[in-house]
Design a protein around this ligand. Structure first.
Ligand code: SF4
Ligand SMILES: [Zn+2]
Length: 338
């Protein structure tokens, strides 16, 4: 185990949960065939991502959502409750804080029942998986039941060194590209998550990494979602944040990246979690809501007004980026210099 993986593992905490209750469900807006539609987002509780149980990733708090033992019956009880909450949204994003195709998280019989139910009810299904679990027979089974099937992969960065040394994920860019090839050959689409500002990166380095990563997978991934790091409890990022050694990215930085990759072949979007909060991507507090709205409108392909929002804090952001670069540091300057 690497030193980073050992640190991540040491920071973990698990909490007991009711295995018959799903984690959460909500409705959000999504684009389907150039139309804005409702998407039902469901997070099922499973024993969780196998990688999270080993050591996990530096920013991922999913291990806390998992329950040590979730039987097939427990899972189907969750699923029945979820179906009662479902209101016919055309898109269903079905997450399980891990890997949909991992039979130790979702047993094969439960997986087939869930996909069959969804195939009868919605137009498009999105699930999450690590690339090593994207395999042709599983994709074919899913596509047979749900003809519009998308696999979301948390690539986080196209840079293997950064993925290894700041995030601690257990696959390479080449492995990701192979998963994309396999998924497309089977007829599925791909959504790729990029982690905007992994720990230990300055604001400027994070912008360069996200921009380069979008360019590296442009045209390869059908959709690219840029996820600004948010500080989840009991993670390495949380530990750094509490010591003043991590600041979630500025919203201005996110806007810069979105502007830099405008015109990409892939659909590029961002749906920040915890935006405007101290633990999520934020600016000064006064302009956060307006900038977040601009990002949402841009992501829903409704408006392209990324250039419009402005605020006095934009100058502070520019200075922050420059001073970080000059000082060769990624600590939160506001915590140390003000
Ligand atoms: S980020 Fe993904 S791969 Fe990493 S521990 Fe969390 S669920 Fe597993
Ligand atoms: Zn501001």
């Amino acid at each position: 185990m690497t030193e980073l993986a050992a640190l991540i593992e040491e920071t973990r905490a698990t909490r007991p949960h009711d295995p018959t209750q799903y984690v959460s469900a909500w409705t959000e807006r999504e684009v389907l065939d150039d139309e804005i539609v409702d998407a039902f987002v469901l997070i099922l509780r499973t024993k969780g991502c196998y990688w999270a149980r080993k050591s996990g990733c530096s920013m991922c708090g999913y291990v806390s959502d998992g329950y040590v033992s979730v039987s097939k019956a427990d899972l189907l009880t969750q699923w029945d409750a979820a179906l009662e909450a479902y209101r016919g949204q055309p898109v269903v994003k079905l997450y399980n804080s891990g890997n949909f195709f991992d039979p130790s998280e979702i047993p094969a019989l439960a997986r087939r029942r869930i996909l069959a139910d969804l195939g009868e009810r919605c137009e498009k299904v999105v699930v999450e998986n690590l690339p090593q679990l994207v395999r042709t027979p599983l994709l074919e089974e899913a596509l047979d039941l749900c003809p519009r099937f998308e696999v979301a992969i948390g690539l986080e960065t196209a840079d293997d060194y950064l993925r290894d040394h700041t995030i601690s994920k257990d696959f390479t860019f080449a492995r990701y590209k192979e998963a994309v090839r396999v998924a497309h050959a089977a007829g599925a689409t791909i959504k790729t998550y990029l982690l905007f500002k992994p720990p230990f990166l300055s604001e400027g380095a994070a912008m360069r990494d996200a921009t380069a990563s979008v360019r590296a997978i442009d045209g390869l991934s059908d959709t690219i979602s840029i996820n600004p790091t948010n500080v989840q409890r009991d993670t390495l990022v949380d530990r750094l944040y509490r010591r003043g050694e991590f600041r979630p990215p500025w919203l201005w930085s996110l806007v810069e990246v979105l502007k830099a990759v405008r015109g990409a072949e892939s659909r590029v979007l961002s749906k920040p979690t915890g935006g405007g909060q101290p633990r999520g991507t934020h600016n000064c507090g006064h302009c956060d809501a307006v900038v977040l709205q601009a990002v949402e409108d841009y992501s829903l392909q409704r408006e392209d007004w990324l250039d419009e929002p402005t605020c006095a804090c934009k100058g502070d952001w520019g200075a922050y980026v420059r001073v970080e670069e000059l000082a060769h540091t990624s600590v939160d300057l506001d915590r140390f210099l003000t």
